[in-house]
Ligand binder design. Structure first.
Ligand SMILES: C[S@@+](CC[C@H](N)C(=O)[O-])C[C@H]1O[C@@H](n2cnc3c(N)ncnc32)[C@H](O)[C@@H]1O
Length: 250
């Protein structure tokens, strides 16, 4: 594994994740499970909203061990979805990406082992349906190079240790990279982070990814059609009720 990481951590759905020494956090919630977290917080809500699309551009912040990109591909293949997808991703730790071919992924990923090997060896992959690139860079630089992104999986470490990927200035560049009808999904439900998005003209919603726990969806869309419960969050009201809440700044 990359130099900043100590051994595997087994999560509650049986899938493995890593603990980062540098950020002193697990890559995934041990309670939710790495595979489940990826499916329930990111992939299923996104593909409920974006059905029957010919083409989608997904920004995966940040690649880590790649669960969000790889789980999306498994979901697409299992559900016989024909959408062509470009995945754009970025990761600071090159050693980690180089080591992915040896990572002990869940058995569901066996059918895409050729994709995992290609990412690990070449940091890119292409076939008739999927294009994937993983740039070794700071995400703050990389996001400035993108446009026409339809879906953002916002899955950085939490803001107390990875602040640069949660500020108003960061979301300014994210907003500039989005298409007219785009969504961003994230595990964070903190008001300061929602304000960082809202102050860049993204509308804020909340959804439950299991019977109790919540996640955030931010969007450029005027109206969202989906089959799950999406609660609009009135950020003006939030600020009135909690005047000390402020967005995160660089
Ligand atoms: C929570 S993990 C991502 C988990 C990932 N979605 C997965 O499924 O494995 C955060 C990752 O972001 C990387 N990272 C942190 N800050 C970064 C930055 N400014 N630019 C690029 N990568 C960064 C870390 O090295 C780590 O691999």
């Amino acid at each position: 594994m990359g130099s900043w990481f100590i051994e595997y951590v087994k999560t509650n759905d049986g899938s493995n994740t890593l603990y980062s020494k540098k950020y002193t956090q697990n890559f995934h919630s041990q309670t939710d499970g790495a595979l489940n977290e990826s499916l329930l917080k990111y992939v299923i809500p996104s593909f409920d909203i974006f059905q029957n699309k010919k083409h989608l551009n997904i920004l995966d912040i940040c690649f880590g061990i790649g669960y969000n990109t790889f789980t999306t591909i498994i979901y697409i293949l299992q559900n016989n979805i024909k959408t062509k997808i470009n995945f754009y991703s970025v990761e600071l730790d090159e050693e980690l990406i180089n080591s992915l071919k040896d990572f002990n992924y869940p058995k569901e990923f066996l059918q895409i082992s050729h994709i995992i090997t290609a990412i690990s060896n070449n940091k890119s992959y292409k076939d008739d349906q999927f294009y994937i690139e993983v740039k070794i860079d700071d995400a703050r630089n990389y996001i400035k190079t993108l446009d026409n992104i339809d879906i953002v999986y916002q899955d950085a470490f939490s803001s107390d240790v990875n602040k640069e990927l949660w500020t108003k200035e960061y979301f300014y560049d994210i907003k500039n990279s989005l298409s007219k009808d785009a969504i961003l999904t994230t595990y964070s439900i903190a008001t300061p982070i929602r304000l960082s998005m809202y102050e860049n003209d993204l509308e804020i919603y909340e959804y439950k990814y299991d019977s109790k726990r919540k996640a955030t969806l931010a969007t450029t869309m005027v109206k969202i059609d989906c089959s799950f419960d999406l609660k609009y969050i009135d950020m003006i009201k939030k600020q009135i009720n909690n005047p000390s809440a402020i967005s995160l700044k660089d």
